[in-house]
Design a binder for this molecule. Sequence first.
Ligand SMILES: Cc1cc2nc3c(=O)[nH]c(=O)nc-3n(C[C@H](O)[C@H](O)[C@H](O)COP(=O)(O)OP(=O)(O)OC[C@H]3O[C@@H](n4cnc5c(N)ncnc54)[C@H](O)[C@@H]3O)c2cc1C
Length: 368
Amino acid sequence: MPEIRLSATARVIVSTPDHFLKRLTDYFSEHGDVSLAARKGRIALPFGTATIEADDDSLSLRTEGEDETGLAYMKYAIANQMLELANGEKPRIVWAGDCAAGGQPPFFREMRFASARNISPQMRRVTLQGERLARFARGGLHVHLLFPPKSTDRPQWPVTGEDGRPVWPEGAHKLVSRIYTIRNIDADAGKVDIDIVLHEGNATPGSDWALNARQGDLVGMTGPGGGDVPEADWYLLAGDETALPAIGRILARLPSRATAVVRIEVDNPLEEQLLPSGANVDLVWLHRNGRKAGTTTLLQDAVKAVPFPTAGKRVFAWAGCEFAAFKAIRSYLRHERKLERERHLVVAYWRRGFDGDNARKQQEKTAE
Ligand SMILES: Cc1cc2nc3c(=O)[nH]c(=O)nc-3n(C[C@H](O)[C@H](O)[C@H](O)COP(=O)(O)OP(=O)(O)OC[C@H]3O[C@@H](n4cnc5c(N)ncnc54)[C@H](O)[C@@H]3O)c2cc1C
């Protein structure tokens, strides 16, 4: 990580500082490198660090980030988790230091819809135009798109609260958020492409927006998120059409010495895409042939049929798919293939019968 440059501090009064410190470090040990000695904890995440010291009635927090986005993510992550763990208590967190509250979060951009075209019958490539996009080209492939209500010409966007969490517009200005992958980015030209699946469903704000947006329409974008894929010799990449943009970007970045075994589920051959890569790629397309997305076991069966390399190779397995396949694939990689946590990442990109927000909440609650 580049040299740390920005920092912020807060002193937070809590009833049981040591208990809080223990629970915070326990939680973040799932997500990064964490140490806890005596009454001091240190948390290192991909985008920054935090040190937390307990005394008799408070916690002293210090967050650091390599840039504004990194620092904002650290403040947001620590505050969010403290408030989650507060159990009825309402600790007041007020950050002092770099990146003051009040303005738009550094990880937010207002974007304009520039154009769209179908690159296959069910995949629509939307091009968005915006400014200061260089930070979106590294440190994660994904963004949240924030769709304003149709009734407003002048959307309201989130601002950073005193505790570092975004304060979201409410009521008539409430935004709808959906997660997508940046398929292509040209920061100099101020352009990103997002490939959006046109899928079935009654209320599908993301899909609908891709179909109906007009030139100049505004949309919010926050990110980047999701981190980068680690270095490995052998990759397994699996997904349905919602993960096709991510798989395309991962493949494009792999070095020629890497091998990638790729299994992608789409409806039919018309949905296949060319996926350029310098790596040695073994790609198989799986076709549902009219069966509904999220109702088959095609992807999990294909993953289970892939022979893994013999010992000595650094393996990384990645999958993005519907919730049922996510559960099956993650369980297979963890329990049958016994892959360590840092050697696999499996994410539910959507869940049949649940909209974007609820699908994610359910996923967070789901243990293995
Ligand atoms: C990290 C990440 C990256 C993602 N990247 C992309 C991307 O680049 N492109 C992309 O298109 N999607 C991507 N997704 C998936 C996308 O966020 C979801 O599909 C989202 O639910 C779409 O929102 P919506 O408003 O169209 O439908 P929602 O309002 O969320 O859902 C309405 C109904 O449609 C169903 N539904 C949702 N998605 C699908 C689908 N794909 N097929 C069939 N039924 C569906 C739901 O189960 C629900 O019943 C990504 C998700 C994650 C977590």
